[in-house]
Design a protein around this ligand. Structure first.
Ligand SMILES: *Cc1c(COP(=O)(O)O)cnc(C)c1O
Length: 336
């Protein structure tokens, strides 16, 4: 199977499976799982935060962050395209009584600081209380400039707001910029990271932040049914994701560049290669191509794509350069 739909399809390596089988575990709701405790302590320090909490998913990590920062009747400012606005079932509003205030993202994925300032509500009982700015990096495969992050930090300080990063793919951003993860993390009060995407762990995300907020998050995680017992099984794989698979993201990015160039050689398919910054390729498919029929034909050859006129293809641990060559030749023959 060559699966371009997402980097979430990566399967745990043999080393992860072995670590899972050997993991020392306990009941984490009692705080007794040594593998969970070790991962949370080590990763908090590694990312430059006071504390960390292991979560079942990125959606849960983001929701815990929003619920730790905001009370009922508060609001957070975020991008119109933000995952934690658009793709998480409205969790903040549904479960947290927190109002999202989405603002159109700029082309580069940033949110204009002037527009953010205009969206901050005055201290008046007509309005929700603006508490938090939440951004995403990478966003649709794009990397936010470090200078923007510094400017945004100064902005939230000036307006006495807090700042959350949905860093589901923040390691892709650090890899693309060739900086240590702390160069990005330092600007944020809280940060979520997905371990189960490009980093290849089977399950889990981490939420980082100051101790008081992580204590609140832990309480909300229990309320949401996310108090997991022998979760050391998962954290054993997560540690390997963070220690061994970060380096490999470089290869995913190189493969995405290669894929973009190969696709661009095909008539009716257009990729703006300069916009391919990490492991995502967006290909514009000409109307003359029935991409849904193409997807079915490829599926018969064990190649999976998500057909769309503006089609996203994602490279990851389980896709090699040879797999891309196989895909391209299959695609060319299907189109012929
Ligand atoms: C995938 C993703 C999430 C959610 O992670 P899940 O583990 O799928 O719940 C959050 N934010 C962004 C930007 C993502 O890409």
């Amino acid at each position: 199977m060559i699966d371009f739909r997402s980097d979430t399809v990566t399967r745990p390596s043999l080393k992860m499976r072995n670590a899972i089988s050997q993991a020392e575990v306990g009941d984490d709701v009692y705080g007794d799982d040594p593998t969970v405790n070790e991962l949370e302590q080590w990763s908090a320090e590694r990312h430059g935060f006071e504390a960390a909490i292991f979560c079942s998913s990125g959606t849960q990590a983001n929701l815990l962050a929003l619920m730790a920062h905001c009370e009922r009747g508060d609001e957070y400012l975020c991008g119109q395209q933000a995952h934690n606005y658009k793709f998480e079932g409205g969790g903040a509003a549904v479960l947290g009584s927190i109002q999202p205030q989405p603002i159109e993202n700029e082309k580069d994925g940033t949110i204009c600081l002037t527009k953010l300032a205009q969206a901050i509500k005055p201290d008046d009982s007509h309005f929700a209380c603006t508490k938090l700015v939440s951004i995403e990096n990478t966003i649709n495969g794009k990397v936010l400039p470090l200078q923007y992050l510094a400017d945004l930090r100064a902005f939230v300080n000036k307006h006495q707001l807090s700042l959350h990063l949905d860093g589901a793919r923040v390691y892709n951003a650090a890899t693309a910029l060739d900086v240590d993860i702390t160069e990005i993390a330092q600007h944020f009060d809280t940060m979520s990271v997905c371990l189960s995407k490009g980093l290849g762990a089977p399950i889990g995300s981490l939420l980082f932040g100051p101790t008081d907020l992580i204590i609140k998050a832990r309480r909300w995680r229990k309320v949401l049914g996310g108090g997991m017992r022998q979760a050391g099984i998962l954290c054993a794989a997560a540690k390997i994701a963070l220690t061994e698979n970060v380096e490999k993201l470089k290869v995913d990015h190189e493969n995405a560049q290669y894929l973009a160039l190969q696709l661009n050689n095909i008539k009716g398919i257009n990729v703006n290669v300069s916009q391919v910054m990490t492991n995502m390729v967006f290909a514009k498919i000409d109307k003359s191509i029935d991409i849904y029929a193409v997807a079915s034909a490829l599926k018969a050859q064990n190649i999976i794509i998500s057909p769309s006129e503006n089609m996203r293809l994602v490279t990851h641990l389980d896709i090699s350069k040879e797999d891309i060559d196989s895909f391209i030749s299959a695609l060319i023959s299907v189109l012929a």
